[in-house]
Design a protein around this ligand. Sequence first.
Ligand code: M6R
Length: 615
Amino acid sequence: MCGIVGYLGHREAYPILIKGLQRLEYRGYDSAGIAIYDGETIKMSKTKGKVSDLIDCVKEEIDTKGTLGIGHTRWATHGVPNKVNSHPHYSNSGNLVIIHNGIIENYETLKKELTKRGYAFHSDTDTEVLVNLIEDIQIKEKIKLGKAVQVALNQVVGAYAIAVFDKNKPNEIVVAKLGSPLAIGIGDDEFFIASDASPFIEYTKNAIYLEDEEMAIIRRGKKIRVRKISDDSLIDPYVQELQLNLEQIEKGGYEHFMLKEIYEQPSAILDTFRGRLLSDQAIIKMSGIEDNMKRFLNAPRIIVVACGTSWHAGLVSEYIFEDLARIPVEVEYASEFRYRNPVINENDVVIAISQSGETADTLAAIKLAKSKGAFVFGVCNVVGSSIAREADAGAYTHAGPEIGVASTKAFTTQITVLTLIALRLARAKGTISSSDFRRHLLELELIPEKVKTALTTDDIVKTIANVYKNSRNFLYLGRGYNFPVALEGALKLKEISYIHAEGYPAAEMKHGPIALIDEHMPVVVIATNKGHYDKVVSNIQEIKSREGKIIAVVTKGDTAVKELADYVIEVPETIESLTPLLTTIPLQLLSYHIAVMLNKNVDQPRNLAKAVTVE
Ligand code: M6R
C-alpha cells in the first residue's frame, strides 16, 4: 500500500505535501516523490528511501514554487523500490502526472495494447500504464481529463486511489477511488487530498471520504463535483466533520510512536468502554449489538475473520465468546477464508476485526460472507474506513490513531470491545449470572489502572531486553486465554527486531518445539495464577531441565515460578478472561526495547506497511 497527498489552493503546496507524506509514511516508506506545478513548469523529484531522503533530493533538484502539487510514499508491489518506479509518473507527452495507491491487475494486457500504439514505458509499474491509458483516451476521443479518467477506469481491473493533473489545466486535479481510501479536505478556497485525514487536519475539519467507484473533479475556486465512475451520475457528497486532532497524530515527547501507543493503552481502553460499560446500572450498551440482537442470538456460530494482530485478538475472543456466551466460534485468517470456499450460512454472524479497516484480505472476506447472506459485524479503529462502511453493523474501538506499524493499543482495545460484546450476549442468553456479570464489569473498569501498573515493569523489561537482545531465536508459550498473547508477543518481536520467534500453546511444546531448547534459547512463558497455572509451572520445569532461559510473566506475589525462572515480570491480578490485557504489555515493551537496542527502525520496520491494502 502507499500514501497519497495532494494540494490545490492559494498556499505553497510543497510544505503541505511534505508534512502530509511524513504523516502517511506508516503506509509505505520504500520510496517517495512529489510533483509541483506553478502553472508553467511541472517540477518533479523522487527517490528510493524515505520522505527525509526526498527532502534532500528536492533541495538539490527543483524549486518548489507552486500552489498545485501531488506526492506519494510507496510500498512496492509492481517493480522494485527505486527512483524510476517511484511516483508520480508522467504520461508519454509529459502533460499528465499521476500518483496511485493500489494495483491495476490487468496492467500487462493494457500495456501490450498501448505499446502497440507507440507508447513507451520507463518503469515497471502498473501506474505508468494507467496514466498513459488516460492520455491515450484523452487524445483519441478528444475529451477533457475528467472524462478520460472515467473512461480509463472503466477499463481497469483492480484497486486504486489516484490523483492526476494535466499541464493544460493548472487549476484542476482529478481523483478517483476503488478499494483504496481517499479523503478530500475542504478549506477556504483550497483543497487537500490524502489517503487519510492526518495530512490536512490542521487546515480543515471538513472532509469528504470518496466511496468506491467514485471520482471527483477538484477545481480552484469551484465546488467539488463527485461522480459515479461506472455511469457518470452526479453524487451529492457527504461532508464530514473530523474528530481527529493534531496532538493525537504527533509523538507527544515519546521517542517512537510505538512507545507512545503502548503508554496510551490505559486511556485507550478507557475510551473503548466509556459510555458502553455502565457498571452502576450493571449494563453494557452498544447500539450495534442492541439493534441486531436477534441476529446474534439466532446465530448457530460466529466466524471471526482478521489478519495479523487483529487475528490474535480474534483468537482471544474465541475463548471469551465460548466461555461466557456459549456461542461456538471459528477464527479464520481472512486471506485463507476468502479463497477456500468456506461453508457460510445465512444465519452465521461474521465478525471482521481490523485496526485500519483497510486490510484487503479482510475486506474481501467480508464481501464473500455478505454474498452468502451472513451478517457482518465490523470491529475497526479507523472511523469511516472501508471495512467499517462495508460491514452491516459494527463497533469502533476508539483507540485513536495508531501510527507505529506494530499494533499495540489496537490489540488491547479490540479485546476490550470483543469482551463487551461477549458479556452483553452472555447476559442476553442467560449464560452468565448477574453477580458474575457485575464482577466482570467491575473488573473491566479496573483494567486501565492495572495496565498502568503493568507499564511500570518497563525497567525490568529493559534489563531483560539487554541480556537477550542478541539471541537468534525466542520461544513464547501460553495456555488458554494467554496462548494468543504468546503468538502476539512473538509477532511483535519478529516484526520490529527481525529476531526469529515462535508462539506456542505451552502444552504443545513437548510435541516438537522442546527439541529447540538449550542454554541459548530464551523462552517467554505467560504463567498467571489463573487458568492452568500448575500445568504451566510443569512446562517451565521441563524448560529448566533442558537449560532453557526462562522469562516468566506472572501474577504479582507469585512464588513458585520465581524459584524456577531466570527473570519474572509481575502484572496485577485480574479475572482470567481479562489477563491478556495485562500480560501483553510487558511483551510489547520487550520487543520495543530489543528493537531499539538493536538500532532497528521501530515505527517503520523493513518490508512492512501499516495497512496491507494489497493481496
Ligand atoms: O489493520 P488491520 O488490523 O486489519 O491489520 C492487520 C495486520 O496487517 C496487522 O495487525 C499487522 O499484523 C501488524 N503489523 C501487527 O503488528
